[in-house]
Design a protein around this ligand. Sequence first.
Ligand code: ATP
Ligand SMILES: O=c1ccn([C@@H]2O[C@H](COP(=O)(O)O)[C@@H](O)[C@H]2O)c(=O)[nH]1
Length: 353
Amino acid sequence: MALRAYRHEWRLPFRLARRQLGDSVHGPPLNDLAGNWRKAKEFFTKPALSYGEFKQQCVSLRLFAFGGVCGACALSLVIFPPKSSYWVTWGPSYWFSHVQRCFGSAPPLFLSKKLETTVSAPKVASAPKVEQLRSESSAAPAVSPKAAAVPAKPRVLFVLGGPGAGKGTQCAKICEHFPQWQHISAGDCLRAERQDPNSKDGELINTCLKEGKIVPVQITVRLLQKAMVAGQKEGKTDFLIDGFPRNLDNVNGWEEVIGDSANVMGVLFFEAAQSEMEKRLLGRSETSGRVDDNLESIRKRFATYEKETRPIVEKYRDKEMVFSVDAMQSIESVWSHTLAKLRQVESIAKFGQ
Ligand SMILES: Nc1ncnc2c1ncn2[C@@H]1O[C@H](COP(=O)(O)OP(=O)(O)OP(=O)(O)O)[C@@H](O)[C@H]1O
Ligand SMILES: O=c1ccn([C@@H]2O[C@H](COP(=O)(O)O)[C@@H](O)[C@H]2O)c(=O)[nH]1
């Protein structure tokens, strides 16, 4: 008897310590959803009269809070799936094919022997993505974009700066060193179009060039697009669009026609004093044969540049898309700065902004 009493006494403190306050809740079991829902609602509607009742309300509420959070997370994974190849392969959409494979009708995840295919990966990789430039081709791509592991869109760097700043000179050097780049001068495109006897725009382009005015964007952007498609056919992936966009109309025209079928990486901007640019252009006039390389046209071009093009550079600067180069130095010195900026463009394009 004494021993029994002793054992009882001995266990008492432990029992109390384990039991804790409110351990004795009495409510619906976990699988009684309707009962738990009632209790959970009472948490907001009916103040508990005892600690036990309050705890039961919390326990029931916790059940739905847990379910809700898990459900919301799962739903967000479905609506905004992670951009990960692991998710694509192992996510829920894969489960169905996994079950299918158990019955032998789906292709195995890992091949047991070499797969014979009619698609040549090297050819796909080197094929120009002509279809990328909107409206040039409405035909469906020969290979789905997912299948070809090559950069999907052509990359574009606009090249701006005053007339004679040295844009063309530096673009030529970039292309000389990096074969993926193609130099497309908007001015050159317009000059070539003007020479075409079949062009209906020749007259208008000629007048604009002499007056230092900006040619309507529909004409320019069509020529740029044509040049890019031709470049893509030669395997070019990166384009230096020199002397464009020159005004707001140009920016909007590009957006409408090319839009997101090309990746604009920014603006390579060559900055030089007007007196220096004038000197360079007059020097160039001795050999260029350009109708606008004369003092009168040069001054008009400067005025158009200040009024219409500079604000465009500022617009891109606000978006932190301008890569400025001091173009007052010698050609070689400007080249070393251009190279540094190009590396910056590349690293931003690679790792994101
Ligand atoms: N850093 C430099 N120093 C001295 N002369 C230069 C420099 N860069 C270019 N030039 C010369 O200046 C002239 C204009 O250069 P370029 O044609 O490259 O300019 P641009 O900005 O393309 O002009 P535009 O907008 O009129 O087409 C050329 O004769 C070129 O050789
Ligand atoms: O987008 C453009 C580009 C050029 N122009 C006209 O061509 C001349 C010469 O341009 P450069 O870049 O100096 O070769 C320019 O003065 C404009 O009249 C254009 O209208 N739109």
